[in-house]
Design a protein around this ligand. Structure first.
Ligand code: IVH
Length: 729
């Protein structure tokens, strides 16, 4: 490609140089991120980008939002707003074998009235990532949204813009508003690198690239997202029907035309008759289209394509879990329509689970938070579906007995949906002569207590509540996001704290000192690379102590959930806290009182009673109280659903409030009958502005929504009710 020679004296015509640079940079982004075939070295690319940055700094008027320098927004976003999709994002029906593919074809041919004539399809690889909807207006990327519940998703535009495969501007594309659908994914190599780095930092690992991509997309710091190497493929074009106002859209959706809107994906008057032509046009506009798609004249061709890729998929640099088969003729798609859940014109062929043979070195057991003991197989490492497997779950003792799985057996293992691998069956012909059936050990491998099993349960348990294995899992749960939300307190740090004798129960966490944590040496548990060397925690340790300190102010509901009382999930913890108000009342409540709490049945009530009756649990709560952990509900009393003085008002909080936690502020608002919302709209009554406020403040100013400083907010709250706002509670 010839972009013209760089001008020697750019000051003569900075605009044409800027335009030439932008075009060149986009070309190389496409070569690198979409076609995997760079034409220039990374340094050369950086040089072009730097030149553009320099010019734009010199001529700020010439900066446009679709310039490649504008991919990363300067500051974190505060949360994701909910947005509605142009047409709902449906999911796909599945086919697991050739017969099911033929049955799909038959349904399509019948619907088409095609008789014996074949229907043409397009077969595409099914990318295992997370679906995304990109909106282009006037050829410019204006929005990126997650699928969400299919009708409404989250606005993740800032993160989407950081993905270099996604063009910020279409090359010669439609000027009408169009939605391009596709999949954001993390290439395998980037996934492995990311997990190595997380391991080194003592952070929890992602189970698979899909989770990693989904987790990354929901990160609030676009600059961090930009570093994660997310990539994307697009496979569908949805355009707004001409002459159909957005008000009329819901009717159209009810008629079930939803996903077939591709028919009118007119690029300024050009309607595409087929999906193959749509894909070709999308690629020409610079959109990332996975190149292995194939036009198939018959279902036999589709079946051959599926068989081919079931074999070849391991060689791809992204995870694929199947093939999406789509009717090519877009007018026929429209005729076929959709069911409530799926389009009738497409199906997803799922690749069979990948299997491998390996040998079980031994069978060990794992002790969970509740003391449940689960067996697992330690395997001779084997490469399967993109990763090396050295462990597989064995569910429970009964399952092992039923399948007759023994130590030193050669076994078939399977990875279905790329989750934790399972042991399917032993290969009996390869079993050693002296092998013996496996049985559950009599004692807990960690603390030596006798293992027991309830009459009606299949699960064996270690009943020693201070068993170190249980403590370890309990601490992990205590610190987890939906419990006390102590960021950074992950598996390996918990291990160290227990091993070094620094923590014996939850309350000990609140006596940790930054100095002790900074000097802790964290060794990667199973080093994956030479880079994974033991290292001091340093700043990470200091941050964890700050997080622990912060968690003292959590609402009581979090603490109740964090304690890990059997059968008490997040929801039960929240209602118990809201209704009983204090930890003291929870501990003293009778079974009847507990059952009066909405949604609390006899099982949960009984479990809470049993917890409260144990003296060491009461001692633990006293210790937590002494350490300054909040034991009161910050939520409004349930009776206060009556209209409050601020009834009907909606508040949005932005930035950090200096004198109170967000939870306390939200509770104060709710107690006065007002609502808290996460996004600013014209309907918002007030935006409360704390320190380092971000995009929500800008939006409030744009929409003319009144803003309140922290002091003004406190004033309003005080005047609107006798409820006392306590600093820091
Ligand atoms: S077409 C009506 N094509 O698979 C749905 N989907 O199980 C049209 N996916 O939600 C989707 N690769 O997130 C389509 N080449 C591909 C795909 C693909 C991955 C995902 C997509 C969808 C899910 C359905």
């Amino acid at each position: 490609m010839d972009f013209g020679q760089p001008k020697a004296n750019v000051s003569i015509d900075p605009l044409s140089r800027i335009n030439a640079l932008r075009e060149q940079i986009r070309h190389h982004e496409e070569r690198y991120y979409i076609h995997n075939a760079p034409e220039i070295a990374d340094e050369e690319f950086d040089r072009l980008l730097h030149e553009l940055e320099r010019l734009e700094a010199e001529y700020p008027d010439l900066v446009t939002p679709d310039s490649p320098t504008q991919r990363v927004a300067g500051r974190p976003v505060e949360g994701f707003e909910t947005v509605e999709h142009l047409v709902p994002m449906l999911s796909l029906d599945n086919a697991y074998n050739d017969d099911e593919l033929r049955a799909f074809d038959e349904r399509v041919r019948k619907g088409a009235g095609a008789g014996d004539r074949p229907v043409a399809y397009v077969a595409e690889l099914k990318i295992d990532g997370l679906s995304i909807a990109l909106t282009y207006e006037g050829g410019r990327l204006v929005r990126g949204a997650t699928r969400g519940d299919g009708v409404r998703g989250e606005d993740v535009t800032a993160n989407v813009r950081t993905i270099r495969a996604i063009p910020l501007a279409l090359r010669g594309g439609p000027s009408a508003r169009v939605e391009v659908r596709g999949e954001v994914y993390l290439p395998r190599a980037s996934f492995e690198r990311m997990n190595r780095e997380r391991e080194d930092a003592g952070e929890p690992l992602f189970a698979n690239p899909r989770n990693a991509a989904a987790g990354t997309m929901r990160n609030l710091v676009p600059a961090l997202v930009a570093k994660r190497n997310l990539n994307a493929y697009t496979y569908q074009l949805v355009a707004e029907h001409r002459g159909v106002s957005s008000d009329a859209r819901p009717d159209r959706l009810r008629q079930g035309y939803g996903e077939s809107a591709e028919t009118s994906a007119a690029a300024d008057g050009r309607a595409f008759p087929s999906h193959a032509e749509t894909l070709t046009a999308m690629a020409a506009w610079g959109l990332p289209v996975e190149r292995h798609w194939k036009a198939c004249a018959t279902i036999d061709d589709v079946i051959a394509f599926c068989a081919e890729w079931a074999e070849k998929r391991a060689a791809l640099d992204f995870e694929t879990d199947g093939v999406v088969v789509k009717v090519d003729d877009l007018a026929l798609r429209e005729r076929l329509g959709t069911t409530a859940k799926f389009p009738r014109w497409a199906t997803a062929f799922k690749f069979p689970a990948q299997q491998a043979h390996t040998k079980i070195k031994r069978i060990d057991v794992n002790v969970g938070r509740t003391g449940a003991v689960t067996p697992y197989a330690v395997l001779e490492p084997v490469f399967l579906a993109g990763s090396t497997i050295s462990m597989a779950t064995l569910h429970n003792a009964e399952d092992i007995a039923r399948k007759d799985i023994r130590a030193r057996d050669t076994v078939v293992i399977e990875k279905a949906g790329d989750v934790i691998p399972r042991v399917i069956a032993p290969v009996l012909s390869l079993r050693p002569d002296d092998s013996e059936p496996w049985s559950m050990p009599a004692a807990c491998p960690v603390c030596g207590s006798t293992l027991r099993r309830d009459e009606e349960e299949v699960v064996w348990r270690c009943e020693n509540t201070s068993c170190p294995a249980r403590l370890r899992r309990s601490l992990e749960h205590f610190a987890s996001r939906s419990a006390m939300n102590i960021e950074g307190l992950g598996e390996s740090l918990v291990d160290q704290l227990i091993e070094q004798g620094l923590v014996h129960d939850f309350a000990d966490l609140y006596h940790l000192e930054a100095a002790a944590l900074e000097n802790l040496v964290v060794a990667p548990r199973e080093p994956r690379s030479d880079r994974a060397v033991p290292r001091k925690l340093g700043k990470v340790g200091r941050n964890v102590v700050a997080q622990i300190e912060r968690s003292k102010q959590n609402d009581l509901s979090r603490l109740i959930y964090a304690l890990g009382i059997r059968h008490v999930g997040e929801k039960a913890a929240a209602t118990v806290a809201r209704h009983l108000r204090t930890m003291a009342r929870v501990l003293d409540a009778s079974l009847e009182e507990l059952q009066r709490v909405p949604d609390v049945g006899p099982v949960v009530a009984d479990s809470i009673r049993k917890f409260a009756e144990e003296s060491h649990n009461r001692a633990l709560i006293a210790k937590l109280e002494q350490a300054g952990v909040n034991l009161r509900s910050l939520q409004p009393e349930p009776a206060e659903d009556v209209p409050g003085p601020l009834a009907g008002k909606t508040f949005v909080l932005t930035g950090t409030l200096a004198s109170m936690t967000r939870e306390a502020a939200e509770a104060a608002i709710a107690a006065r009958g007002a609502k808290v919302s996460s996004s600013v709209s014209r309907k918002t009554s007030y935006v409360v502005v704390g320190e380092e406020a971000g995009s929500k403040l800008e939006k409030a100013q744009k929409l003319g929504v009144p803003t309140l400083t922290e002091d003004e907010f406190k004033d309003l709250i005080m005047k609107a009710g006798s409820w006392k706002l306590e600093a820091g509670s």
